[in-house]
Write a protein that binds this ligand. Sequence first.
Ligand code: COA
Length: 320
Amino acid sequence: MTARIVGTGSYVPEKIVTNEDLAGIVDTSDEWIRTRSGIRSRHLATDMGTSEIAVQAALRALEMADVDVLELDCILVATSTPEKHFPSCACEVQGAIGAKNAVAFDISAACSGFVFAMSTMDAFMKSGIYQTGLVIGADVLSKVIDWKDRGTCVLFGDGAGAAVVRAEEIGVIGFSMGADGSRGDVLSCLSRSTGNFLTSTEPQMGYMSMNGQEVFKFAVKKVPECICQVLQENHINIEDVKYFMLHQANVRILEAAAKRLGQPLEKFPIDIEKYGNTSGASIAILLDEWNRKGMLTRGDKLVLAGFGAGLTWGALLLEW
Ligand code: COA
């Protein structure tokens, strides 16, 4: 058995913030943001938390899959911006949708999170442990961005994407994941802390910090490498892949990856112009958009690939 996606859903908060809007907050311009990243606007959560947007995406996926919440036996949420240290975002989703038969926990792998969570669900299904799962990628990075730092604040957005999966004969073919913890400082964000024993009790807010050029170099090397690895290991010809659904961090990263893989850019769906980098949600949102547009046909081979803080990276090969 393997994990087969039987329904997808996504949700982005209502508020749209354009590049022009940001130019009124920091020293930047629509032209700079567009040419460096491909982003035109992003949706930001003003009155919803991570679990609330995750629930919206989940309900849409469940509706498409026509799966009753009580059938779910496992809920995984990939997020690096949960509202609480505990309970987990996955437990909050489980409670909100009433999936009382499901175990629920979060997976923290930043922008690789959805690929890591899908791979984990697949491993559970291959070993016969769970039969009906819900995999969500949800992030509200606007809450950990320093809105005075033009080097990061223009790149990110908020959103959630979800997939309902069932243990079936056809679905995930294989995956490849990696991590390099020695390079964690390239892209990091401190958590809230109340200080050490008997010292400061004032909550400290951690902001995201990023070395953009190092992340760029890492992504254009690692993403093609792990895609080639998962294809080779599973004896699939790259020409037979219909779409490469990559984490939406930057159009230039997608272009560079396509070039390195020797594949036309048309095989790389792109929606970053509307959403910015939604971290763990981006691949799931993209998958839902392409699914709802009717672009995916049973039998299509797809590669989902993510990369991000950790550093982490991963590629998942599946048959639709
Ligand atoms: N508006 C205008 N100018 C900006 C700016 C902004 N929002 N942000 C940075 N700049 C300036 C810099 O200060 C620098 O100015 P200087 O030359 O006077 O010092 C100049 O633009 C060039 O900066 P640089 O960092 O060299 O730009 P870049 O071409 O590397 O593009 C990124 C920057 C962040 C867009 C690019 O490195 C990138 O996309 N990296 C990957 C980031 C990513 O994907 N992160 C998430 C991974 S999950």
